[in-house]
Write a protein that binds this ligand. Structure first.
Ligand code: 26W
Length: 825
C-alpha cells in the first residue's frame, strides 16, 4: 500500500479557550473515558488522575508545537544527563505555568471536589537525593521557560528516595511508592527502546575494505524503554521532554525453563533486568562503589546516547555536525561513562577515525562538578570495568594514553602531575577516576558557585586546569522562582504584584523595585502579615505531624537539608542546648521566643548523620517538656523531608540556617529559596552564600565563622579544638551535658563518641565556630527585637533574589557552554 507522506505541519484540532465550563467538561470526559469511573463513585485518586489528564491534554498541544519547531528550525538541542531529577509534584506547577489554576479550581468546585485536596494527594516524584537532583528539576523548568530545545535524560526508578519515619527518635527507612496509583503524566514509548549490553568480549573485525575495527560482543542484554513526561515552561513558553529509562528483559519469560517446571528460574532474567531501575541509591555524598550502581550509570548513559545519535542521524544524516547540533551536559560524573560510549558509537559503530571522534566528543560534552568531598568523587575498579564494559575500558586506556602523552610533551609535566591528571588511580588497587574522564572528555567544566569554582581550580583539578586552562568556568546555581515563590507563596506573590506590578512574574530582576518600599510601614505590615499566615499554616502542620505546639509569634529558625556533618546540624543543636542552659540559669533575662525547626534525611549507612537526627529528637524531648523553658524555646524535627514539605516550610521561615564549614558546600540552593521568601540568612562564607552576601549587602545577612582559608590553615597545622572549648564555658557545658547523657538517660553513652570527635579533631570546626555562631544568633535576636529593621531586611532579601533565578543560570549555560539561543532576559 502506498504510504501517505507525513505532514509535520498539520494543525492540531482547535481546542476551546480554557473556560471553567470547557475544563469541567474535559475533566469529566477524562474521568469517564480514561479513568473509567462514574462521577458518582469516583474516589479522590480518580479525580486526581482525571484532572492531571485534562491538564496534560492542554499541555500536549504546546508540546507538539515545541517539537515541530525544533525540527523545523534545526536549532541545536541540549541534553541534560542526570541520574537524579528531584521533581516533587507536577500538577500545580503545570497548571500554574499555563494559567489553569483558577479555571481548574472553579471547575472542580462545581464538581464538588477541592483542588487543594487533590494537589496534596499527588505523590512527589522523588527521583533524587538532594541539591543535585533538585537543581536538575529547576533547570528543566527554566530551559522550557527560556525556550531552549532541551531533553532531560534519567532513570525511571520504581522506588524514589526512601520514606523516612521516626521510631523513638531514630530514622527508619521505608520504601517509597510513587507509582502505586499509576503515573498519569508519563507516556510509555515502546517504539523508543534500545538494547543495552554488559560483559562479554571485544573482537577485532576486518571490514571488506581491509580496515580493522573493534567490536564489542556483550553476553548480557536488556532493553531500555523510554517514558516521557512533558515539562512546561512559564506561560507555556515551550514544553520540553523528560525522558526516563526503564529496564526490561528482552524475553519477559524463559518459556523453556517454565515448561520444564523451573517457574522461578523462568523469571530470573526478568528480575535481573528490572533490578537496574528498581531503586534510587540513597547516598548523596559517598560513592557507593557497587556494581549495580555502575550498571545504572551505563544503562542510562548508553540508552540516552543511542537515542541522541539516532535522532541526529535521522535529521542530519551524518555525525560530523554533532557538536553544532547537540550539547550534552553531564550532571556530575554519574553519566561520565557516556564519553567512552559516544567514542565507541563513533569509532566502532560508525567507522570514524579516533582523532575525529575525539574532537566531536569533546565538542559535544560539558561537565558540571557538584562536590569536592573526596569520598564523593567516583572511581571504579579497573577489574570491574573490564568485566562489565570491556570495550569502554580499552577506550579509557586509549584516551588516557593520549592525555598523558600531551601532558608530558606539551606541558612538560613531572611524574607527580602525570599521576594527578591520569584517568587511572594507581594507588591502592587500580581505579578509573570518573572526574578525570569527565574533565578530559569535555570542552567545559563548571563549578556551581564562584567560591566552589575557584576551589576546583586549586584542588581536585589543579593540574588538569594547568593542562587545559580555558575549560573551567563558573555557573552559579539558581532556583526556579515559579515553584519557589509564585506557587509555594501565593500570598507574597499577590502582595508583591499589588505593590510593584505584575512585571516581576516575567522579569524576576524587577523585584529590585521592592527596595524602595522596604522601609514603608504599611508595606512592612503587609509583608509580615503574609509571613504570619504562612507560619500559622506550618504551625498546624507541625502539630498534626509531631504533636508539638508552636507559636506563630516565635522566631522560626529553620535548617532543612540532607543531614551531613559538614552541613553542621550538630552546631545548630548544640547552640539549642546552650540556649536551654542559659534560659534555666538566667530566667530573669529577656529572650526571643524561638522555634528551631529541622528536617532532612540521612543516608542509611551514615551512622553519625543518623545519630544527629536522634540527638535532635532527644534534645527536643527534654527542652519541649521542661516548664522552666516557659515555651521560649522549642525544637522540632519534621520527618520525611521532601520537595512538597519544603514548599510549606520555606515560606514560613524567619531565619535560614546555611552554616556549613567554609569550603565544603559547593553552592547550596535552599539558601536561595529562603531568600526569595523573605527569610534572613545566618551563614558562613561558603558556597553561594558568598554571592548572596554580595547581592543583598552585608547589612542584610548575618555572616559568621572561619573562612575557607582559615579552615584550611587549622587543618594543615593540625590545630586541636581544645583551646576553643576551654575558652567557651557555654560550649564546654553543652558538650559535657550531651556527652554525659543528660539528653539520653536511657543510654548515657549514646553521644560520647560523637562529642568525642569534636573534642578530638573537630574536622568540621563545630567547636571552633561555636562562639562566633552564638554571637551571630545574638545579632539575630537583636534584629528581631527591632521589627522595623527585621522587616526591612526581609523585604530586601526578596528584592535581591533575581540573580539566583535558574533562568539566569540557564541563560549563562546556553550562551557560554552550549552555544544555543535562549529568550533574552
Ligand atoms: C556517588 C555518590 C554521590 C551522589 C551525589 C556523590 C555526590 C552526589 C552529589 C554531587 C551531592 C550533591 O547533591 N551536591 C550538591 O549539589 C548542589 C547542586 O549543585 C549544591 O547546591 C550543593 O552544595 C551540593 O552539595
Amino acid at each position: 500500500m502506498p504510504q501517505k507522506p507525513i505532514v509535520y505541519d498539520a494543525p492540531t484540532p482547535e481546542r476551546p479557550a480554557a473556560s471553567v465550563e470547557a475544563i469541567q467538561g474535559e475533566i469529566l470526559e477524562r474521568l469517564i473515558y480514561s479513568v473509567g469511573k462514574d462521577p458518582i463513585v469516583a474516589r479522590p485518586h480518580d479525580w486526581l488522575a482525571a484532572t492531571i489528564l485534562a491538564v496534560r491534554d492542554r499541555v500536549m498541544d504546546l508540546w507538539m508545537e515545541s517539537s515541530r519547531e525544533t525540527w523545523r528550525t534545526s536549532n541545536k538541542r541540549v541534553y541534560y544527563l542526570s541520574l537524579e531529577f528531584l521533581i516533587g509534584r507536577l500538577m500545580r506547577d503545570a497548571m500554574s505555568n499555563v494559567g489553569l489554576i483558577e479555571p481548574v479550581r472553579d471547575a472542580l468546585r462545581n464538581l464538588n471536589v477541592d483542588l487543594g485536596d487533590l494537589i496534596n494527594l499527588e505523590p512527589d516524584a522523588a527521583l533524587g537525593n538532594g541539591g543535585l537532583g533538585r537543581l536538575a528539576a529547576c533547570f528543566l523548568e527554566s530551559m522550557s521557560s527560556v525556550k531552549i530545545p532541551a531533553y532531560g535524560y534519567g532513570i525511571r526508578y520504581v522506588h524514589g528516595l526512601f520514606r523516612q519515619e521516626m521510631s523513638e527518635g531514630w530514622q527508619v527507612e521505608l520504601p517509597e511508592e510513587w507509582l502505586a496509583h499509576g503515573n498519569p503524566w508519563e507516556f510509555e514509548r515502546r517504539e523508543s527502546a534500545y538494547e543495552i549490553g554488559f560483559g562479554g568480549h571485544v573482537e577485532p573485525v576486518t571490514d571488506p575494505d581491509g580496515t580493522v575495527r573493534q567490536e564489542w560482543r556483550p553476553n548480557d542484554h536488556l532493553l531500555a524503554v523510554a517514558f516521557d513526561t512533558p515539562i512546561v515552561g512559564w506561560r507555556g513558553a515551550r514544553v520540553n521532554t523528560l525522558r526516563l529509562w526503564s529496564a526490561q528483559p528482552i524475553d519477559p519469560i524463559l518459556l523453556d525453563k517454565f515448561n520444564s517446571g523451573d517457574h522461578i528460574g523462568a523469571l530470573e532474567e526478568s528480575a535481573r533486568a528490572e533490578a537496574i531501575t528498581r531503586v534510587l541509591y540513597p547516598a548523596d555524598s559517598t560513592a557507593a562503589g557497587q556494581e549495580l550502581r555502575l550498571r545504572q550509570e551505563f544503562f542510562f548513559s548508553s540508552a540516552s546516547l543511542q537515542d541522541i545519535v539516532r535522532r541526529h542521524l535521522q535529521q542530519y544524516g551524518d555525525l560530523g555536525s554533532l557538536p553544532d547540533k547537540v550539547a550534552i551536559q553531564l550532571n556530575d560524573t554519574h553519566p561520565a561513562i557516556s564519553i567512552a560510549e559516544l567514542m565507541r558509537i563513533l569509532v566502532d559503530d560508525n567507522g570514524l577515525k579516533w582523532a575525529d571522534a575525539w574532537k566531536l566528543t569533546r565538542g559535544t560534552f560539558g561537565y558540571t562538578n557538584h562536590t569536592l568531598l573526596p569520598e564523593a568523587l567516583e572511581s571504579w575498579p579497573v577489574a570491574l570495568l573490564e568485566r562489565l564494559l570491556p570495550r569502554h575500558m580499552q577506550i579509557i586506556y586509549q584516551i588516557n594514553a593520549d592525555v598523558l602523552a600531551e601532558a608530558r610533551q606539551r606541558a612538560k609535566f613531572n611524574d607527580g602531575q602525570i599521576a594527578s591528571v591520569s584517568l587511572i588511580d594507581e594507588a591502592g588497587g587500580r581505579r578509573v577516576r570518573m572526574g578525570q574522564l569527565a574533565f578530559v572528555g569535555s570542552h567545559s567544566i563548571n563549578g556551581v558557585s564562584a567560591l566552589h569554582t575557584e576551589l576546583m581550580k586549586q584542588t581536585v583539578f589543579s593540574d588538569l586546569h594547568k593542562l587545559y586552562p580555558d575549560r573551567i568556568n563558573n555557573k552559579t546555581n539558581g532556583i526556579t522562582p515559579r515553584r519557589w515563590l509564585m506557587q509555594c507563596n501565593p500570598g507574597l506573590t499577590k502582595l508583591i504584584g499589588d505593590r510593584i506590578g505584575q512585571g516581576f512574574l516575567d522579569d524576576i530582576d524587577l523585584l529590585q523595585g521592592l527596595k524602595a518600599h522596604a522601609e514603608d510601614p504599611g508595606f512592612q505590615e503587609q509583608f509580615a502579615g503574609v509571613k504570619k499566615a504562612n507560619k500559622q499554616r506550618l504551625a498546624k502542620l507541625i502539630k498534626d505531624r509531631t504533636n508539638i505546639t508552636v507559636s506563630p509569634d516565635a522566631l522560626f529558625d529553620v535548617q532543612i537539608k540532607r543531614i551531613h556533618e559538614y552541613k553542621r546540624q550538630l552546631l545548630n543543636v548544640i547552640q539549642a542546648v546552650a540556649a536551654y542552659d542559659e534560659i534555666r540559669a538566667h530566667p530573669e533575662r529577656d529572650y526571643v521566643p524561638r522555634v528551631k525547626i529541622f528536617a532532612g534525611k540521612a543516608a542509611p549507612g551514615y551512622w553519625n548523620a543518623k545519630l544527629i537526627i536522634k540527638l535532635i529528637n532527644d534534645v527536643a524531648k527534654v527542652i519541649n517538656h521542661d516548664p522552666a523553658v516557659r515555651g521560649l524555646l522549642k525544637v522540632v524535627f519534621l520527618p520525611n523531608y521532601n520537595v512538597s514539605l519544603a514548599e510549606v516550610i520555606v515560606p514560613a521561615a524567619d531565619l535560614s540556617e546555611q552554616i556549613s564549614t567554609a569550603g565544603m558546600e559547593a553552592s547550596g540552593t535552599g539558601n536561595m529559596k529562603f531568600m526569595a521568601n523573605g527569610a534572613i540568612t545566618i551563614g558562613t562564607m561558603d558556597g553561594a552564600n558568598v554571592e548572596m552576601h554580595k547581592e543583598v549587602g552585608a547589612d542584610n545577612i548575618v555572616i559568621f565563622g572561619l573562612s575557607t582559608a582559615e579552615v584550611n590553615e587549622q587543618r594543615a597545622k593540625g590545630i586541636a579544638p581544645a583551646a576553643a572549648i576551654e575558652a567557651s564555658p557555654r560550649l564546654k557545658e553543652a558538650l559535657d551535658s550531651i556527652a554525659s547523657g543528660v539528653f539520653s538517660p536511657d543510654d548515657p553513652n549514646r553521644y560520647r563518641d560523637l562529642i568525642g570527635g569534636l573534642r578530638d579533631h573537630d574536622w568540621f570546626m563545630v567547636a571552633r565556630d561555636f562562639d562566633a555562631y552564638v554571637a551571630a544568633q545574638a545579632e539575630v535576636d537583636a534584629l528581631w527585637n527591632d521589627k522595623k529593621r527585621w522587616n526591612a531586611i526581609a523585604i530586601r532579601n526578596t528584592a535581591s533574589v533575581g540573580f539566583f533565578s535558574s533562568d539566569r543560570t540557564i541563560r549563562q549555560y546556553a550562551k557560554e557552554i552550549w552555544g544555543v539561543t535562549a529568550t533574552p532576559a
